[in-house]
Design a protein around this ligand. Structure first.
Ligand SMILES: CSCCC(=O)/C(O)=C/O
Ligand SMILES: [Fe+2]
Ligand code: NI
Length: 182
C-alpha cells in the first residue's frame, strides 16, 4: 500500500482510506495489483532476462490490458533498476530531476519499491508517494514530478505508454522546488 509524505510539513499519511482520498484529491490515479501472483523468485529478482520480463507481463496480462483499455495505452514493458543496472546513476540523474511527460505516466510496481515525488495543489506543494510491489500509479500528463529509489535501491515496474516516446522526460525548472527538501 502506498504511503504519502507531504514535504512542506513532513506529515505522513499511511491509513489506506486516507491515502486513497489524498491521491484522489491530487488527481493521481492509484490502483492495486496482487503482488502474490508473481513467483517467489520473481518477487525478489532485479536482474531480469527477456524471458523473465515476458513472464511478468504474462502474469499481469489481464490487469495490463484492463488498465490499457481504460486509459488508451498501447505499449508496455518492464523496467528494473538496481545496483546491477549498468547505467543506474545516469538513469537516476534523469529520473531524479523534476520533469513532465506528454502523456500520463503509468507505472505498476511488481517488486522492490520507489518514490514518486509529485507537485501537488498549491496548498500542499510537493509530496512523496512511497510505492511497493502491487502499487499502481499514474502521474498526469504535464504534472511536474520526479522519481527516486528507496533505501533498498531496487525496483521492478511495468511501464505503460500511449506513444513509444511517452516516457521522454521534459525538464521542468520549478523555482518552488527547494533542492534541500530532496
Ligand atoms: C520506476 S519507473 C522509472 C522512472 C520513470 O520512468 C519516470 O519518468 C519517473 O518520473
Ligand atoms: Fe516521470
Ligand atoms: Ni503501510
Amino acid at each position: 500500500m502506498a504511503h504519502i509524505r507531504i514535504r512542506n510539513t513532513n506529515e505522513r499519511i499511511e491509513a489506506e482510506d486516507q491515502v486513497l482520498d489524498f491521491l484522489d484529491k491530487q488527481a493521481i490515479l492509484y490502483e492495486h495489483w496482487d503482488s502474490n501472483k508473481l513467483t517467489e523468485e520473481l518477487k525478489e529478482k532485479f536482474v531480469l532476462s527477456d524471458e523473465e520480463k515476458r513472464q511478468i507481463l504474462a502474469t499481469y496480462d489481464s490487469e495490463i490490458k484492463d488498465l490499457a483499455g481504460r486509459r488508451g495505452y498501447k505499449i508496455w514493458d518492464v523496467i528494473t533498476l538496481s545496483k546491477a543496472t549498468p547505467n543506474l546513476e545516469e538513469l537516476l540523474q534523469k529520473f531524479e530531476a523534476v520533469h513532465t511527460h506528454s502523456e500520463d505516466e503509468i507505472r505498476a510496481i511488481t517488486a522492490g519499491k520507489g518514490i514518486f515525488i509529485i507537485k501537488g495543489t498549491d496548498d500542499i506543494g510537493y509530496f512523496d508517494v512511497e510505492l511497493e510491489a502491487g502499487d499502481v500509479i499514474s502521474v498526469p500528463e504535464s504534472k511536474p514530478h520526479f522519481f527516486t529509489l528507496m533505501d533498498n535501491r531496487k525496483i521492478v515496474a511495468v511501464r505503460l505508454f500511449i506513444e513509444a516516446e511517452g516516457w521522454v522526460a521534459s525538464p521542468y525548472n520549478d523555482p518552488e522546488f527547494k533542492e534541500s527538501k530532496r
